[in-house]
Design a protein around this ligand. Structure first.
Ligand SMILES: C[S@@+](CC[C@H](N)C(=O)[O-])C[C@H]1O[C@@H](n2cnc3c(N)ncnc32)[C@H](O)[C@@H]1O
Length: 251
């Protein structure tokens, strides 16, 4: 999905097969590229918000490709000393990530499964870049979608935050039970075969993933309504985006 997103975000890390697959998705669910772009704008707003709170280190779990205004581009533009660790388990995405970050001593790309927090938090690149005495901004953007309930995503999120100092933040987004998306997935199965397996979660359930943390304003809301700065951030019909976002602080 990261390479398909890269196509919709007008990046350069995808090929013809990714574009063909992306077109099949669009036939079934034409609103997905809009949600992907809205989600990337959200990342920028979350990074800037965290920078304003004094956060200077970021951990992006299930990051996709670090291009197209991703975390380090936004953060290091404001402060070149910001440290960023991206994590993704897809080897091709990780290879693109390492290539794109070459020469950037303050950012690293780890090929790891986020369901193994020890592998991430004890990785030499993580310990080299991230100081666990200082607040960390953790981002999990459209990744828990790929973790079924049997993986205990809420417990997983908590196990990362438990090991970070107070003053750290968690920013997440998640697709809700979108009727249009459900229908799209059914059409995709009939036309093209098995779609990528995803677990949609409604806002109330997603909100429980922030348990024990202090949600910042405006709480868990549609992705386009999370601290929009411009009309473009809001999109034309923000209430139609069944994708939710929230940010919370560890006290
Ligand atoms: C929708 S895509 C990219 C989302 C990305 N956060 C963004 O904002 O564009 C989700 C990513 O999560 C990654 N992913 C899924 N399950 C994962 C896991 N268990 N560990 C690490 N990465 C995972 C996929 O490889 C994919 O690149």
């Amino acid at each position: 999905m990261a390479r398909i997103n890269d196509h919709w975000l007008e990046g350069s890390c995808h090929g013809q097969a990714d574009r063909d697959y992306a077109d099949q998705i669009v036939v079934c669910a034409p609103h997905i590229p809009y949600l992907v772009r809205a989600s990337r704008q959200l990342v920028g707003r979350m990074v800037r918000y965290l920078m304003d709170q004094g956060v200077r280190q970021f951990l992006d779990l299930g990051s996709g490709i670090p291009a197209n205004r991703h975390v380090h581009e936004v953060a290091q533009e404001a402060d070149p000393d910001v440290r960023v660790v991206y994590v993704d388990l897809d080897p091709r995405v990780a290879a693109d990530g390492r290539r794109l970050l070459e020469g950037n001593d303050h950012a690293a790309f780890l090929e790891a499964d986020i369901r193994d927090p020890d592998a991430v938090l004890n990785h030499p690149d993580f310990t080299r870049l991230i100081d666990l005495e200082q607040p960390v901004g953790v981002l999990i953007i459209e990744t828990l979608l790929y973790l079924p309930d049997t993986d205990d995503p809420a417990g997983l999120v908590a196990s990362y935050l438990d090991r970070l100092p107070s003053g750290s933040y968690l920013g997440m987004s998640h697709c809700g039970e979108d009727e249009q998306l459900r229908k799209g997935l059914n059409i995709f199965s009939r036309m093209f075969g098995t779609p990528p397996p995803v677990t949609l979660r409604e806002r109330e359930e997603f909100q429980t993933f922030f348990h024990g943390l202090e949600l910042v304003d405006p709480g868990v809301v549609q992705v386009t309504l999370w601290n929009p700065l411009t009309e473009e951030d809001m999109g034309r019909n923000p209430e139609l985006a069944h994708m939710y976002a929230g940010m919370a602080r560890k006290n």
